[in-house]
Design a protein around this ligand. Structure first.
Ligand code: DX5
Ligand code: ZN
Length: 223
């Protein structure tokens, strides 16, 4: 099983973005997690295409783009052109989710769906075969540095049950309040991709923290 560490550049120092991108390039991290917020779907605005283009210019690892925006269909092609490898939209933001997933795939990207903490995984039953990734939000989206919601463990287990015999290759990604203190337990629950902002960028040594997170995933006992 391959475990993915995806540092969230939302917590990077935007005045030193290139430095922080290089740090991730030279670390054991696997993906760049790119959080796009529109101030409508979530109560915060992060950044858009110019910042993403700057990240793409320097990043040597895939961009995992998390769209916390309404009407994502309008922008999928643009995010693909801006260098996204994976595009994840929110279940709660898509009236025609099946169509949105097909649009992402037609743009050449891997397709993901994110679930807010209150959204049950069973709502994905009829699209799970089409997905490459499910992102389980372990905080309410909008801000970095929030406290992890404990019910996430149960949701991961529910998702693993839903995947069984249908789409066992699905990436199970967890986002929000993830760090050294809970990553091994999340592996045990069944997650295999981990987004971390604050835990990495607020650490004294971000590179070493990424490395520790990575080794905790491989030493954890997968139950
Ligand atoms: C929250 C974002 C997260 C955020 C995680 O809405 O989707 O990706 O950056 O930050 P931490 O790891 O600090 O909770
Ligand atoms: Zn995110």
């Amino acid at each position: 099983m391959k475990y993915i560490i995806a540092p969230s550049i939302l917590s990077a120092d935007f005045g030193n973005l290139q430095r922080d991108i290089e740090m991730i390039n030279h670390s054991e991290a696997d993906w760049f997690h790119v959080d796009v917020m529109d101030g409508v779907f979530v109560p915060n605005i992060s950044f858009g295409f110019p910042v993403m283009a700057a990240v793409k210019k320097h990043a040597t690892k895939p961009l995992d783009v998390h769209l916390m925006i309404v009407e994502p269909d309008k922008y999928i092609e643009d995010f693909a052109k801006a260098g996204a490898d994976r595009i994840t939209v929110h279940y709660e933001a898509c009236t025609h989710l099946h169509r949105t997933i097909q649009l992402i795939k037609a743009s050449g990207c891997k397709a993901g769906v994110a679930l807010n903490p209150h959204t049950p995984v069973t709502l994905l039953q009829d699209v799970i075969e089409d997905l490459d990734l499910v992102l389980i939000m372990s905080v309410n989206p909008g801000f970095g540095g929030q406290a992890f919601i404990h019910n996430t463990y149960k949701k991961i287990q529910d998702l693993k049950a839903l995947m069984q015999g249908v789409n066992e290759e699905l990436v199970v990604e967890v986002d929000g309040g993830v760090g050294l203190q809970n990553i091994a337990a999340l592996v045990s629950a069944g997650a295999n991709a981990f987004v971390a902002g604050n835990a990495i960028f607020a650490a004294d040594n971000p590179t070493e923290t990424i490395s520790k997170m990575k080794s905790l995933t491989t030493t954890a006992i997968n139950i």
